[in-house]
Design a protein around this ligand. Structure first.
Ligand code: CDP
Ligand code: MG
Length: 739
């Protein structure tokens, strides 16, 4: 197959190194699902005139539905449903009959666990019920957290519509780098990370009467930390109500954690879903997903399709592939509307996925696992599940964190399938074998707190005055060594002193809603007098590798355009160059288009940059500029990211200074063919190897200047295999003793 499964396919470069890299990817994909050889893939008979390949599915089982007779209303056709007034729609939701009981339960108990099938109305309705019941009197707020920014934005918009309010007035949302609330806001949706940050400015959250920790089953890092914090404030604020809301998973566990809080169950309402598996493993799940969409479109009765992919790049590629193939088919097939949804999609585009499908057409939604439980899209009858998601993984021994495309858990796969049975009986097509489901998927996903760097959270907790992290009330505690490593890293950055106490620098760092390395980089720009440049780079790094656009039919042009931005020194300076050139055109859309730059991402970078500028003012750092002194700029970056230093070793490979792990420069980097001796990287992405994404050339002596308490000149001799500076060993003992 010429389409290979690669983790970030939209950005790959050319050449034979690249090819080998892709082959590796393919093999990894095969290994994951137990295939022997890609060529084994069956090319079955020509599929009418329309497709030249067909995926063979076998039906395995039926997920039982739970619809009761009294729920007939749900059986209305989609069109009729859309005609229902908002009020009628609200009344048709499974939660509606329980409105009174629910409010009573909230009055009776301080903490309540709410459990209900996705789409029951928990997220959109409960805050409205609380408002009607008077919990927002005297300007008190009802806060509702969401693990994902898209969900926070879209449910807030939905509630505004239902209440007839303007978004951002009585109902609003707050996500990182974007605050859409006002003085008048009483229903506030926000990401879990933003509520965490609110503890910094309002430690008892006195302005809230109710806090809803929604999507609790997602167990994101921030949600897990919130559990401990809200449980604690509930003890000294008896007037505060706490609702922990989740899909039909883990409710018992939440109840136990919250001192046996009662569980309020909203009876499910779900139609049966037929589950299909592929007969043989699919070598390229993205291609298989696209083929399956078309296959469903031409063979199956009406009903919209939901496809689960792992991230923005994949979604955009699938989007392009579908557009290209449907364009070729022209009027031979009915209209197919392709709608992507992922976290950085702007809100006007997000709204599109909720619009009703025009008569005669079919909608296909390409989503990340945000559509698993966070968002309910009405009208979905078919689900395509390739069985992967992108997850952070963390090695506390080496301190290396990377993004990895991982098989989903059985629990996730079943949530995904469930999305097909909300409006009528549905079908779920799993792009893996029944054997793989049974034998290769874990039962449940590992909570994020156990597979991520904790630097951010530790800095935040320290800022809240929580010093005893070992005894913090975690639902599932993070691994001990991860906590220790976070403390060590914060010490090395200068955010903590040798007693593990927050320093003045640490306090300033905590003001920035970014990870500690980035906030240190930003603060270091004061010394190197290049704050303007550094926040530009910080903003560009924050938009997640979505700057360069690489349409399939114009790869050569796009790559040439990208290479034209390359400047000596590395990717950070290249990103800055892109931003500066864009700024010079007065932020022109046309310019982006001509240079294969994603305008949306640039707009977002600009927003982030504005916010960072505001924060600089808050910590009283002058907006100095020194655009030509690229050494100063790179030193400031190194002051934040010195932990990510690697040294050239044999065969163009690199080794991390600290733990001698082998890593490679990502083929998209402007340093891919340069092989500088010392590199600082921004992040790692694991595919078949650890690839460093966004790298920058440095001189080893800078390390002694920016991190003298971490590096000794001995560490920086070429070929020295020394692991940890002596002083750090001593400091580590002190740190450990501090809690
Ligand atoms: O939180 P839960 O999964 O229980 O349900 P919800 O998100 O409150 O969804 C209830 C209803 O609101 C569903 O029928 C959704 O389709 C609808 N909704 C919507 O139309 N637009 C949104 N942005 C969010 C929800
Ligand atoms: Mg919800």
């Amino acid at each position: 197959p010429q389409e290979k499964y690669v983790e970030d396919r939209s950005e790959r470069g050319g050449g034979s190194e690249q090819q080998r890299w892709e082959e590796d990817h393919l093999n990894a994909a095969l290994l994951k699902f137990g295939a022997r050889d890609a060529k084994d893939r069956k090319k079955s008979k020509k599929y009418e005139v329309i497709m030249d390949e067909e995926i063979e599915f076998v039906q395995a089982l039926k997920m039982p539905g739970t619809v009761k007779d009294k729920d007939k209303k749900e059986k209305l056709s989609e069109k009729e449903a859309k005609k229902m007034s908002i009020e009628e729609t609200q009344k048709s939701l499974p939660i509606y009959p329980f409105k009174k009981d629910l409010i009573q339960a909230v009055r009776d108990h301080q903490i309540l666990i709410i459990e209900g099938e996705t789409g029951s109305g928990k997220t959109t309705q409960v805050p409205q019920y609380l408002h009607h019941a008077g919990f927002t009197n005297n300007g008190m707020k009802v806060g509702c957290t969401q693990p994902r920014r898209v969900a926070a934005m879209s449910v807030a918009a939905r509630v505004a519509e239902e209440m007839g309010w303007k978004l951002g007035s009585e109902v609003g949302y707050s996500i990182r780098f974007e605050d859409c609330t006002s003085e008048r806001t009483i229903l506030k949706y926000m990401t879990d990370g933003m509520l965490l940050r609110e503890f910094l400015s309002e430690p008892d959250l006195a302005s809230y009467s109710v806090l809803i920790v929604d999507e609790a089953h997602e167990r994101t890092l921030h949600t897990d930390v919130l559990f401990g914090l809200v449980k604690d404030i509930a003890r000294f604020r008896p007037d505060l109500k706490l609702l922990i809301s989740s899909a039909t998973l883990d409710a018992q566990k939440f109840s136990e954690f919250f001192d046996d809080a009662p569980i309020f169950r909203i009876p499910g309402r779900r139609y049966p879903v037929d589950i299909y598996y592929t007969k043989a493993p699919e070598a390229d799940y993205l291609d298989a997903a696209v083929v399956s969409v078309l296959q469903i479109h031409v063979t199956q009765p009406m009903g919209d399709i939901l496809v689960f992919l792992t991230g923005q790049e994949e979604i955009e590629t699938a989007n392009e592939m579908l557009l290209e193939r449907t364009r070729k088919l022209g009027s031979k097939i009915k209209e197919l509307l392709v709608l992507p949804i992922y976290s950085t999609l702007p809100s006007d585009m997000q709204a599109k996925i909720f619009e009703p499908t025009p008569p005669g057409a079919r909608k296909v939604v390409l989503a990340t696992n945000i559509a698993e439980t966070s968002l309910t899209i009405d009208g979905i009858v078919y689900v395509i599940d390739p069985g992967f998601c992108k997850q952070k993984s963390y090695n506390a021994r080496t301190g290396m964190e990377s993004l990895v495309v991982t098989p989903v858990s059985k629990a996730s796969a079943n949530q995904r399938a469930g999305r097909a049975g909300r409006v009528s009986a549905g079908k779920c097509f799993r792009l893996y074998t029944a054997w793989a489901y049974k034998n290769e998927l874990e039962d449940n996903s590992v909570p994020e707190i156990q597979r991520t760097n904790l630097g951010n959270v530790v800095l935040l907790l320290k800022s809240l005055g929580i010093n005893d992290l070992l005894n913090f009330d975690f639902m599932d505690p993070p691994p001990h060594e991860t906590l220790v490593l976070a403390l060590e890293q914060l010490y090395a950055l200068g955010a903590l002193n040798h007693l593990g106490e927050l320093t003045k620098l640490g306090r300033r760092m905590a003001e920035f809603p970014v990870d500690p390395m980035m906030s240190k980089m930003i603060l270091a720009s004061e010394k190197y007098k290049c704050a303007k440049e550094v926040i530009t780079i910080g903003a560009m790094l924050s938009v997640n590798n979505a700057i360069f656009y690489r349409p399939k039919d114009k790869i050569v042009h796009a790559d040439t355009a990208r290479q034209n931005f390359f400047v000596p020194g590395g990717d950070h300076l290249t990103l800055m160059n892109v931003y500066n050139q864009w700024e010079e055109t007065d932020y022109s859309t046309q310019w982006c288009y001509e240079n294969y730059i994603q305008h949306r991402s640039m707009k977002r970078a600009r927003d982030v940059r504005d916010q960072l500028e505001g924060l600089l003012e808050r910590v009283e750092i002058e907006l100095t500029s020194n655009p030509t002194d690229t050494i100063a700029i790179r030193k400031a970056i190194t002051a934040g990211y010195f932990y990510h230093t690697v040294r050239l070793s044999k065969g163009g490979q690199y080794k991390t200074v600290k733990s001698q792990q082998t890593v490679m420069v990502h083929p998209n980097s402007c340093l891919f063919e340069e092989h500088p001796r010392w590199i600082v990287y921004h992040e790692l992405v694991f595919t078949t190897k650890e690839f460093m994404r966004q790298v920058m050339e440095i001189e080893n002596l800078w390390l002694l200047e920016v991190a003298p308490h971490y590096y000794k000149s001995k560490d920086l001799e070429d070929g020295s295999g020394k692991k940890m500076p002596k002083k750090m060993g001593k400091a580590k003992d002190d740190l450990l003793r501090s809690y």
